[in-house]
Structures are given as structure tokens and as C-alpha cells.
Design a binder for this molecule. Structure first.
Ligand code: ATP
Ligand code: MG
Ligand code: MG
Ligand code: MG
Length: 566
């Protein structure tokens, strides 16, 4: 590609509204442009990387035996009514009507459509197992679109769905997909971890997420220092305190306390230091619309006072909730909390609760309760949904201790059981001619998110350093003063021809720009190999080569360049 024919669209300044490095670099290197909140256009360089991610995903899917199809982005509401998700899904689901006033959605995922398709196409166990996939645009009306394509509203996903007669077959495909996802991320040269994941509102028996490790990641992963055990902290297992788990006997509702404070306010008011050892409790069952994170704060508890104990855990003071609010929030389970002297959940920004020694509550749809009990003198209901993991604690498999890392969820695999097939009547006849509901699995990869995640892991202060498998071009040709020197022009043209013929993806900077500008652009876009040609080189018969990642420079004889780059 000649830059003069191309749309390079690089920019020097770091955009003010981009918080994380991948977002900044994707704007600066001319990868993406924002059209509206969570909506992006892909410019040529970005699209080349996106297509490379897509190609690797597609190859590994095909290798794992999945078959490609394409389903519509627009989906009829009736299918969503069949599974009950028309009512349950919440505001991430964008709904609209056509000219006949019929309801439709923009697909955030495709379980309904695929199950509808398969129930019509598949009728015998002989057609199973079957894994179908697509690479398709998804739309989710994210409450906080941010970080560019990392959390967009419209994004590209590879979603696969598998259908089975038996659990054995389901397990086999699940393992094959687990392997395919590992292959995908390894081919991209990304540091990643598969982690045990929460099955959330979709339910099902087994689930793993694939996280690209990065400090900007929105998820917290707990992993063992000495084994392969790793889990999303939402799901990590740890020894529970002395009290036993008991199921709450009634659903509890949470009140929005008028005295609610933000964490920032709490920290400031009480001069708190929230350290890594603060216990973070994440409540399973919190929905997308009302994610609820309980920050467990505990300590030498004194009324109306926040005080950190030696574990750096702090307690929220009584003044944040009234007795009535406490009563409402706690409900009246066995050994329920009395309203006196206890500090209760405070809803902060509608999605974070700070809690004291003990408490209980539920998120706003009133369905998912949680509770905690740290007071060993009081026999209280303790919600089953709470996981509590701290760095340095022993692990569930008995090997090593917990360590924490931040991750970007780039893939997610699920065993769905019969949740969808049952609701939609997707069954086959087995060997004995008996009708059996199919078991299902689903497997998603955030194709567009991977581009951003890869940049988070591969950059320096000069720009991107994407691995060769993902870089928009692999070789850059940088001629010095080509518009003045005929010899340089001729040699550069020849090199462009030779490298292109040899199958390299070459970006030939034939602009009338200063070498410094051209060099900066190549580093910003992150071309793995750059070859420089000037008059001096022609006299010496060597190209100047620079490796983007190592920074190493080397002279390479004209005749050896193709071999050298291979
Ligand atoms: P998240 O927890 O980040 O919201 P999710 O669990 O809702 O993701 P899934 O339903 O598991 O997402 O979808 C499969 C994959 O699609 C995710 O693992 C992620 O890589 C990608 N993805 C989900 N939401 C977005 C988004 N808003 N923008 C870009 N990619 C996304
Ligand atoms: Mg989500
Ligand atoms: Mg998730
Ligand atoms: Mg997920």
C-alpha cells in the first residue's frame, strides 16, 4: 500500500476524552473514529487489524469443527417472548417497531434466533452434535459505553452455539471450544488467562471467561500462585467465616438511602485508605442493569465512626441509614438484623454498596438477595451468593495462595443446559425414537474488543507494537528524500515490488514528508519492521532495518532483504 493512496489519518496530540491507552492510540493512529456514544467507524488501518483478528477466530472455529452461518441483526420480539427475555433483559436491549407496529430488537446476542433455526432444521440425533457460529455485529445499549471499542454499543462478536443429545457430547465440544479460544489468544501473542466465570442470569452449569491481562481491565481475577486455578472474583471460592451458610428465607429489598455517600466521599470524610486487602464482595445474581458490588468494610467497629482494623477493613457508620431503612433493607429472616446499632447497606451511585459488620439486602429488582454475617455472636442468615477472596489466602484447590490481576474479558464460553431449548421446544428424536430436548452451549469472542485489548498489552510511549499476526502492515518502507533523489525512488519502488511479490503486507511511505514525520507515523501505527533507504544506503549497498519491538537497528545487504524479513 502506498501512503499517497491510503487514508493514514494519524494525529500527534493525545485526544482529551480518551482515558485508556488503547483508546488514545486507536484514535491517534487512525484506527477508529467516533460517530456517537459507543458507535465507531473503523478506518483502514483499524479495519485491517480487525479483519486479522476475525480471520484467526474463524480459522480456529473451523478447525474445532464449527460451521459458519450468518443470522440477522434485527430479531423479532416473539422469539424473545418465548424465552421470557423480552421481559427480563432490561435496557441493554434496544427495542423498536417496524411500520406495522410489530416489535423488534437489535440483537445483543443470538440464542433465540439460533434455537429457532435449529429447532426447524434439526430433528434427529444423527444430526448432532452441531456447532454453528457467526461473526456478526451486536448491539447493546450499554449504560456506560467507554474506552472506545472496548465497551461499545455496537461491536463485532463471534458467537457460536452448540447442540447435543448427551452431556458427554456437550462436555467434549466445551473442551474443544476452550482449546480453540486458547489457540486464538496464543496465535495473537496475548498474555491471557481462562478463568472460572459466573453463569449469571443465563444460568447453566459450566462457564469460563478468557481474560487478556491488563491493568486497565474492568474485571478482577483471583488466581492461585501455584496452580492453574483462576476465577473471576465474582466466582472465586474461599474459606467462609465461621458461620454456616443458610439460605435467606425471604427476599429482601434494598432502599436507596437519602444519606448515601459515594466511596470518594467516604474516603475523604473519614480519611480512609482503601488498600488492596480491603475485602471485596461481589454479589452473584446482580443483573446488568443493577450490578451490585458490596465493598465489605469491617473493623474495630464503633458507632458513628469509621475505623480501620489491622486488616485494613473499615466499617460504615450508622448515620448513613435510618432504622426504618435498615429494617426495610434487612427484611425479617431468621435471626434477622434488628434495626438497632447496625450499619446497613448504603447504595452508592446505584451500584455500589458499602456495608458494615453485618447486613443483608438485595439489588433493585428485589430478586437477588445477598447477605453477610461477620458477627460471630449473632446467628444470621448468610446469603449463599457471596464470594469473598483476599490476596494471600489459601485457595480452593489447596495449592498456593490467592493473587489478584486485572483482566479484559475477551471471550466467554457457557454450558446453557436446556434453558433455551426447553423454552423454545428444540428437541430431536433419539435412537429409540423418543423426543429429547437438546443440550446447548454458547461461545462468544469480542472480536472488536480484542483489537483494543491487544493494544493495551502491546504499546510503548511511541505507539502501538502489535505482534506480526495482528499488525495492520508487517513491513514499512521509508525512503528518504525520494522526491529529490531518483536513485532512492528507484530502489524504494523496487523494494516495494519485491516485498509485495514475496507476500509481505507493505506500507510504502511515498509522501513528500520529512523522514521524522514518516518514522513517527510508522512507530505510532506499529509496523513490526521498517526498512529505510537513503542515498547513503545506495552507495553502501545496504538497507537500514529497524525492529519496532526491540528497537534494534541493523544493516541488511540489498540482496538479502527478503530472506532477512521472512
Ligand atoms: P462485559 O462483562 O464486558 O459486559 P459480557 O459478559 O456482557 O461482557 P458476553 O455476553 O459474555 O459479554 O459476550 C461475549 C463477548 O463479547 C465478551 O466476552 C466480550 O469480549 C464481548 N463484549 C461484550 N460486550 C461488549 C461491548 N459492549 N463492547 C465490546 N465487546 C463486548
Ligand atoms: Mg455486558
Ligand atoms: Mg462479563
Ligand atoms: Mg461474559
Amino acid at each position: 500500500m502506498r501512503v499517497s493512496n491510503y487514508l493514514l489519518s494519524t494525529q500527534k496530540e493525545t485526544p482529551a476524552n480518551a482515558e485508556i491507552v488503547s483508546h488514545q492510540l486507536m484514535l491517534r493512529a487512525g484506527f477508529i473514529r467516533r460517530n456517537a456514544s459507543g458507535l465507531y467507524s473503523w478506518l483502514p488501518s483499524g479495519l485491517r487489524v480487525l479483519r486479522k483478528v476475525e480471520a484467526i477466530v474463524r480459522e480456529e472455529m473451523n478447525k474445532a469443527g464449527a460451521i459458519e452461518i450468518l443470522m440477522p441483526l434485527v430479531q423479532p420480539a416473539d422469539l424473545w417472548e418465548e424465552t421470557g427475555r423480552w421481559d427480563k433483559f432490561g435496557p441493554e436491549l434496544l427495542r423498536f417497531q417496524d411500520r406495522h407496529n410489530r416489535d423488534f430488537v437489535l440483537g445483543p446476542t443470538h440464542e433465540e434466533v439460533i434455537t429457532d433455526l435449529v429447532r426447524k432444521e434439526v430433528s434427529s440425533y444423527k444430526q448432532l452434535p452441531l456447532t454453528l457460529y457467526q461473526v456478526q455485529t451486536k448491539f447493546r445499549d450499554e449504560v456506560r459505553p467507554r474506552f472506545g471499542v472496548m465497551r461499545a454499543r455496537e461491536f463485532l462478536m463471534k458467537d457460536a452455539y452448540s447442540f447435543h443429545l448427551t452431556q458427554e457430547s456437550m462436555d467434549e465440544t466445551y473442551q474443544a471450544m476452550h482449546k480453540a479460544y486458547s489457540n486464538i489468544l496464543e496465535r495473537m501473542g496475548l498474555a491471557y488467562r481462562p478463568v472460572i466465570a459466573d453463569t449469571g442470569s443465563i444460568g447453566g452449569s459450566a462457564s469460563h471467561e478468557f481474560h487478556v491481562l491488563a491493568n486497565s481491565g474492568e474485571d478482577l481475577i483471583a488466581y492461585s500462585t501455584d496452580s492453574d486455578y483462576a476465577a473471576n472474583i465474582e466466582k472465586a471460592e474461599a474459606p467462609m467465616p465461621s458461620t454456616t451458610l443458610a439460605e435467606p428465607t425471604q427476599e429482601m429489598s434494598l432502599v436507596d438511602t437519602p444519606n448515601a455517600k459515594t466511596i470518594a466521599e467516604l474516603v475523604e470524610q473519614f480519611d480512609l485508605e482503601i488498600t488492596k486487602t480491603v475485602k471485596t464482595l461481589i454479589v452473584k445474581g446482580a443483573t446488568e442493569e443493577a450490578p451490585l458490588v458490596a465493598l465489605m468494610v469491617r473493623g474495630d467497629h464503633e458507632l458513628n465512626e469509621l475505623k480501620a482494623d489491622k486488616h485494613d477493613l473499615v466499617a460504615a457508620p450508622l448515620e448513613f441509614a435510618t432504622d426504618e431503612e435498615i429494617r426495610q433493607a434487612v427484611g425479617a429472616g431468621p435471626g434477622s438484623l434488628g434495626p438497632v446499632g447496625l450499619n446497613m447497606p448504603i447504595i452508592i451511585d446505584n451500584d455500589v454498596a458499602v456495608m458494615s459488620d453485618f447486613g443483608a439486602g438485595a439489588n433493585q429488582d428485589d430478586k437477588h438477595y445477598f447477605g453477610i454475617n461477620w458477627n460471630r455472636d449473632v446467628d444470621m442468615p448468610q446469603a449463599m451468593d457471596i464470594r469473598n477472596v483476599v490476596e494471600g489466602e489459601p485457595t480452593p484447590d489447596g495449592k498456593g495462595t490467592y493473587a489478584m490481576a486485572r483482566g479484559i474479558e475477551v471471550g466467554h464460553i457457557f454450558q446453557l443446559g436446556t434453558n433455551y431449548s426447553e423454552a423454545m421446544g428444540a428437541s430431536v428424536l433419539d435412537e429409540n425414537g423418543k423426543s429429547k430436548v437438546m443440550l446447548m452451549g454458547c461461545y462468544g469472542v469480542g472480536v472488536s474488543r480484542i483489537v483494543a485489548a491487544a493494544i493495551e498489552q502491546n504499546h510503548d510511549d511511541r505507539g502501538m507494537m502489535l505482534p506480526e499476526s495482528l499488525a495492520p502492515f508487517t513491513v514499512g518502507i521509508l525512503p528518504m528524500n525520494m522526491h529529490k533523489s531518483h536513485r532512492v525512488k528507484e530502489k524504494a519502488e523496487q523494494l516495494y515490488q519485491d516485498l509485495t511479490d514475496a507476500g509481505f503486507e507493505v506500507l510504502f511511505d511515498d509522501r513528500k514528508e520529512r523522514p521524522g514525520v514518516m518514522f513517527n507515523d510508522m512507530e505510532l501505527v506499529g509496523l513490526p519492521h521498517v526498512v529505510v533507504i537513503g542515498d547513503r544506503n545506495i552507495d553502501a549497498g545496504v538497507f537500514e532495518y529497524k525492529n519496532r519491538r526491540s528497537g534494534e537497528k541493523q544493516e541488511v545487504a540489498f540482496d538479502n532483504i527478503v530472506e532477512f524479513l521472512k
